[in-house]
Design a protein around this ligand. Structure first.
Ligand code: ZN
Length: 137
């Protein structure tokens, strides 16, 4: 694993959270994206070496809606960057980590992603992500 790529924060109201995080970080977000497969709308802020991803549910079935219902707003996941997501998935699975998807899937911000169950990682949902070029998607 290379670094913490971003921290995902579940919010109820993306517009309000975005203006609050603009104040907090002193920068403008660089991207807003709708991830249809996850029923999530995201806003990304780029810091020096890492990012903050704000996540809002777009319907009741969204994992973010269920998370907020159970736990309220807060840190939803920590994403680690890797340049070889397949071998990391294989490595972690062989160590007993519970992978939530058996193949990498397309995530926000031009990433291939795989999630690891919080029970395997101290109560925190983990996202592995590998950057992919936009053209190759
Ligand atoms: Zn993420």
């Amino acid at each position: 694993m290379q670094k913490i790529e971003h921290i995902g924060i579940a919010v109820k109201n993306l517009k309000e959270a975005t203006s609050r995080y603009k104040q907090l970080l002193g920068i403008e977000p660089y991207k807003t994206e709708w991830v249809e497969s996850e029923s999530v709308r995201t806003v990304f802020f780029q810091l020096d070496h890492s990012k903050i991803e704000l996540l809002e549910a777009t319907d009741n079935q969204s994992p973010i809606a269920r998370f907020i219902e159970k736990k309220g707003e807060g840190i939803h996941h920590i994403a680690y960057a890797t340049d070889d997501i397949l071998s990391e998935m294989k490595r972690l699975s062989s160590l007993g980590f519970r992978l939530l998807n058996d193949k990498p899937k397309a995530g926000a911000d031009n990433k291939l992603v795989c999630f690891i169950h919080p029970a395997s990682a101290g109560g925190i949902l983990i996202e592995l992500c590998q950057h992919v070029e936009e053209a190759s998607q």
